[in-house]
Design a protein around this ligand. Structure first.
Ligand code: KG4
Ligand code: ZN
Length: 337
């Protein structure tokens, strides 16, 4: 089966062609980073308008690179939520239209299911069941995964998502959007241990997170000194150290609770090398394997949507022409395959 995947839930236009026999045939990404950079965050209306201009040519380019003709495509998968309503509608309308024109099923995919399954695109892949840590700009979740669509959410954030905390802290430090890579880069020059930030909610039981306090802690720390390059680097280091440590503490706890020996880390923050390094340390102290997608597939992309589409295609109910997008959509409400 050959699946076209379309991702437009936020500020990246992602397109891919996935072949369930031969693997990923091609994928491409058009980033809107420069468009949103002057605003220090994503402007939803600009995001939607840019997807409209970018998506169709990107699909044509990916089909050519994949050496696939429309007649060979067996399904069109697109992100139906969660995300920005206007941005989602662009991918949904073009995805549905192409599926209708090509007379193949349209498959609506949950964005976080795409992230969760993305390590399966790699040669070294986990087997069900496993534990998943999903860390993106909109979500922070620990999920007990027993199969496709069988997701038990063990913990999530009570306020800011981890990526959002990186982005907001970067903004107050005067660093570029997106904040995750900017903080990671600035932290390389930070003095280790110059500041120690709290590890929110690690002193109480449970697997939920809270990250909004870290950003406030960063603001208060900055207010006490001159915001020169060294202070920026020191605060970036302390923030990243605390954010990553908090994730690792909760991952250890979740591994203990579930007894899983495999874990998946996906979503934009999964590209963070400090997080990868510390999880590798965990893997030296207990018999676990940690799986990630390659860094370019940690952040939003069409490949994960095409892949999830390939898994869901077989269990698709008969298509109807009407459709909707779901800006809010619980991962635990998905049907099993
Ligand atoms: O998964 P993603 O591309 O989009 C959402 O679904 O939200 O995640 C984007 C988030 C942003 O908040 C960005 O700052 C963060 O991932 N991010 C990182 C890194 N690369 C991207 N955070 C920490 N370290 C990174 N290297
Ligand atoms: Zn995402």
């Amino acid at each position: 089966m050959i699946i076209l995947g379309i991702e437009t839930s936020c500020d990246d236009t992602g397109v891919a062609v996935y072949d369930t026999d031969a693997g990923l045939r091609a994928h491409a990404l058009a980033s809107q980073v420069e468009l949103h950079q002057p605003y220090g965050g994503i402007v939803p209306e600009l995001a939607a308008r840019d997807h409209i201009q970018t998506l169709r040519p990107l699909i044509m380019e990916v089909l050519i690179r994949a050496k696939v003709k429309p007649a060979q495509i067996n399904g069109v998968a697109y992100t139906a939520g969660p995300g920005l309503a206007g941005a989602l509608l662009v991918g949904a309308s073009l995805g549905r239209s192409l599926a209708w024109a090509w007379n193949v099923p349209a498959i609506d995919i949950h964005h976080m299911e795409g992230h969760l399954l993305s390590p399966m695109l790699e040669p070294n892949r986990p087997e069900f069941p496993f534990l998943a840590l999903l860390v993106s700009g909109g979500h922070t979740m620990l999920v007990d995964v027993s199969g496709v669509g069988r997701y038990d959410i063990l913990g999530s954030t009570l306020d800011d998502a981890i990526g959002e905390a990186f982005d907001k802290t970067a903004k107050l430090l005067g660093l570029e959007y997106p904040g995750g890579p900017s903080i990671a880069k600035a932290a390389e020059h930070g003095n280790l241990g110059q500041f120690r930030f709290p590890r929110p909610m690690t002193d109480r039981p449970g697997l939920d997170f809270s990250f909004s306090g870290l950003k406030t802690y960063a603001r208060n720390t900055v207010a006490e000194g001159d915001l020169d390059d060294q202070l920026v680097a020191d605060v970036a280091w302390a923030f990243q150290d605390a954010a990553v440590d908090t994730l690792v503490i909760k991952c250890r706890r979740a591994l203990e609770v579930t007894g899983h020996d495999q874990m998946v880390i996906a979503g934009g923050v999964g590209a963070n090398s400090e997080l990868r390094r510390r999880m590798a340390d965990v893997a030296t102290t207990r018999p676990i394997s940690v799986f990630y997608p390659r860094p370019e597939l940690c952040t939003d992309n069409g490949a994960m949507i095409a892949y999830a589409g390939g898994l869901r295609l077989k269990s698709m109910a008969k298509d109807s022409l009407d459709f909707t997008v779901r800006p809010r959509w619980s991962l635990s409400s998905l049907g099993a395959v």
